[in-house]
Design a protein around this ligand. Structure first.
Ligand SMILES: Cc1ncc(COP(=O)(O)O)c(C=O)c1O
Length: 446
């Protein structure tokens, strides 16, 4: 048999991977997948507990998505999207707009989460330029936010490990403390706090709103920072401040969109919220093909609309914008949501998932347990009282990853935070099995 891994290690450069380490801890050669299980070349299975980087929704190898993809490939695999259009994109646009209950009414396509955010940043910036408010040119974001790996999205993200080396390349953006309740920036207890952590944002907007174009935020879950789940009141207050000080609100639902939190979109937990941009990707095709969208309002759109010579056009686009096959996968995914009643079924299982997660609190190394929908996180600490973490050197996450594989789990901790980001099709028996295995991985560490 050909030494596929040998060839991989000779030629492939994997993302977020120290390739020297990959020589020892070789990548797992996945040959096929079904439901929430991945199978390696030898037939061993692994639970895809993190939805293949948070994108799989309905499970792998779903017959309806496969059929939609095959059908579309026979008709039209790709066409440029400037001057040309096609039914899958048109239909997907109107379905997405309907899902937002017309809160948004324009859809701009791209092909990954970072570009969907980059588009929102550029649109917000250009909106203010187009209407003559040239001073409004800065962004505000949370210090634990994560919005992608391009220069623009890194500029509004806050994770040092990922992007510190690039700091000379990044544009200046305001950062405010995150509502990280377990490690409260205001040193308050959740039971008695009144969302005091909103104050820095309030002060900043009061002082600087004339030079700020937008606030960008991940609704309810700061994903890459370690599935930091924060109170919906924070989001409500942040949105109200954006409105009061007339800056745009960009909701980055690249990770949490499409049912992860128990609602189709996480912002629906705060029904009154009004935003100017909604960024979606990952779950949009249920993880079958790359696709992303930036939804916006008619008001934003109007500021770009006019005679060509006025130079208001949004000059941005990617080669694979609105790829028809990806759009067909997106449409198939939405029809599964409807016909298989994906969300109501998953919602019924969510309390069970949460109850089972609560049991982790008793373990010695577990400092915090948090969850929303089918997202759960377990923060490991050296000392429960001081909440001291293990730090980079200890490489606890790597240890968990290795032990996870032995337990047939794909666990990729974010630092000391073990998390689960389950496909919405996960059954009760699978939840139980995954959590039992995760429990023994954590227990084995102490
Ligand atoms: C909230 C959020 N925004 C943007 C991105 C970037 O998406 P992509 O990796 O597809 O560029 C991610 C990726 O994890 C994310 O979680």
């Amino acid at each position: 048999m050909k030494d596929w891994l040998g060839v991989d290690l000779k030629h492939v450069w994997h993302p977020y991977t120290q390739m020297k380490e990959a020589l020892r801890l070789r990548p797992v050669l996945i040959a096929r997948a079904k439901g929430i299980k991945l199978y390696d070349a030898k037939g061993n299975f692994y639970y895809d507990t993190i939805s293949s980087w948070w994108c799989n929704v309905h499970g792998h190898n779903h017959p309806r998505i496969k059929a939609a993809i095959k059908k579309q490939v026979d008709l039209l695999e790709h066409v440029l999207f400037a001057g040309f259009t096609h039914k899958p994109a048109i239909e997907l646009s109107s379905k997405l707009i309907a899902l937002t209950k017309n809160k948004f009414n324009r859809v701009f396509f791209s092909d990954n989460g970072s570009t969907s955010v980059e588009v929102a940043l550029k649109m917000s910036f250009q909106y203010w330029q187009n209407i003559g408010r040239k001073r409004k040119a800065k962004f505000v974001s949370l210090d634990h936010g994560y919005h992608g790996d391009t220069i623009g999205t890194m500029s509004v993200s806050g994770l040092d490990l990922f992007n510190a080396v690039f700091s000379p390349l990044l544009f200046a953006a305001y950062k405010v403390p995150s509502p990280y309740c377990y490690r409260c920036p205001m040193k308050k207890e959740r039971s008695t706090c009144v969302i005091d952590c909103i104050k820095p944002l309030e002060r900043l907007l009061q002082e600087k709103h004339a030079e700020i174009c937008a606030l960008i935020i991940e609704p309810l879950v700061l994903g890459a920072a370690g599935m930091i789940i924060y109170p919906q009141e924070y989001l409500e207050k942040a949105a109200a401040l954006a409105k009061k000080y007339k800056i745009h609100l960009i909701l980055d639902e690249v990770a949490v969109g499409f049912g992860r939190t128990g609602k189709m979109f996480a912002y629906e937990h705060t029904p009154g919220i009004k935003a100017d941009f909604l960024c979606l990707s990952k779950g949009i095709t249920s993880g079958y093909l790359p696709l992303a969208v930036t939804l916006t309002t008619e008001e934003i759109f109007r500021a770009f609309y006019g005679d060509y010579e006025k130079r208001k056009t949004f000059f941005h686009g990617h080669t694979y914008t609105a790829n028809p096959v990806s759009c067909s996968a997106g449409l198939a995914s939405l029809s599964i949501f409807k016909e298989e009643k994906t969300l109501p079924k998953a919602r019924k299982l969510m309390p069970f998932f949460h109850r089972e997660l609560e049991k982790f609190r008793d373990l010695d190394l577990v400092g915090d347990v948090r969850y929303i929908g089918f997202i759960g996180a377990i923060e490991l600490v050296k000392d429960k009282k001081t909440k001291q973490g293990f730090g980079l050197k200890r490489r606890l996450g790597l240890e968990v990853y290795k032990r996870g594989l032995k337990e047939h789990l794909v666990l990729r901790p974010l630092g000391d935070i073990i998390y689960l980001f389950l496909p919405l099709c996960t059954s009760q028996a699978e939840i139980k099995d995954i959590l039992t295995r995760t429990y023994s991985v954590i227990k084995s560490l102490s």
